[in-house]
Design a protein around this ligand. Structure first.
Ligand SMILES: O=C(O)CCC(=O)C(=O)O
Ligand SMILES: [Fe+2]
Length: 279
């Protein structure tokens, strides 16, 4: 799943780089030659959730997993995190401590120990409705997926480092790649209500990605890696100059949140007791 916690699926390089699609737009008199699957996606109008992904830069696809599947994957993730021989117990809050957790990032992302190749993670990313959602965007079932991590957040167990890392607005795409190239996803295995930990996005920010990298970044410092952390000043540019405000995405267990890698996003910690479990 994505740069860190999610299901990032990219179109095959072969398709992205070389294929020329020819198709009719709604105005059938105009035939277009479109270079990439991303260009094709952006040039079409959809009558389903893809339209929101295209316009807003994110969408919640409902119910890709049923209750039993959610339960199963959540249990597997929690079994994984309690398998390190520490005193951590899911049903004993007093053990939800930073020191009882295996190594993880500032933002509660677990990407080490080859967790992305655990059976449960392969099973999850192979779930038919998850594959189907990505397939619908790229119009192929030959998908590439990155191997990132899972995010498990025990409320209160954040440790000193994570507390200082409240906002980490970023995009997961290099300034060198300016078109629609990659969709990231979160399979939601816990509730993401208003007080729960969850993803925050800047709606429509993907549409300003080119303007952003061209005008707000020093071109000589552009990097090829698909990760770009914004400074406070750059966030302010989006919020104040463009009027784009952060939006906390609400989702229920079994939902799949998808977003364009150019959409600015980060995550907030829980104010509730819900253990955030997403993959
Ligand atoms: O924890 C989160 O929801 C944010 C994850 C994230 O930034 C990503 O998967 O790219
Ligand atoms: Fe990200």
């Amino acid at each position: 799943m994505s740069t860190s916690t999610t299901t990032t699926t990219e179109v095959k390089p072969g398709i992205a780089d070389t294929t020329v699609f020819e198709f009719k737009t709604q105005d059938s008199s105009k035939q277009q030659h479109i270079k990439t699957a991303g260009d094709k996606f952006e040039s079409q109008d959809y009558q389903d959730w893809r339209q929101q992904l295209k316009e807003e830069g994110f969408v919640v696809v409902k119910n890709v997993l049923n209750k039993e599947q959610v339960q199963h994957y959540r249990n597997e993730m929690l079994n994984w995190i309690t398998s390190f021989g520490t005193p951590l117990k899911i049903d004993d809050k007093s053990t939800w401590k930073y020191d009882n957790l295996p190594a993880h990032s500032l933002h509660n992302i677990y990407a080490l120990y080859s967790v992305s190749h655990e059976k449960f993670f392969w099973d999850l990313r192979s779930e038919p409705k998850i594959r189907e959602a990505f397939g619908k965007v790229w119009e192929t079932d030959e998908l590439l997926v990155s191997f990132d991590g899972i995010n498990i957040n025990f409320p209160g167990a954040t440790g000193g480092l994570a507390k200082s890392a409240k906002s980490w607005q970023h995009v997961d795409q290099s300034p060198f790649k300016q078109s629609f190239q990659c969709v990231q996803g979160i399979a939601q295995l816990s509730n993401a209500g208003p007080k729960d930990g969850g993803l925050v996005v800047y709606p429509k920010s993907h549409k300003h990605f080119i303007e952003f990298v061209e005008t707000q970044l020093d071109k000589s410092k552009w990097l090829h890696k698909d990760w770009l952390m914004l400074t406070d000043e750059q966030v302010k540019w989006f919020e104040d100059d463009l009027g784009i405000k952060p939006y906390k995405v609400e989702a229920e267990p079994g939902d799949l949140i998808l977003w364009d890698s150019r959409t600015i996003h980060h995550a907030v910690l829980a104010e509730s007791d819900e253990i955030r479990t997403i993959a």
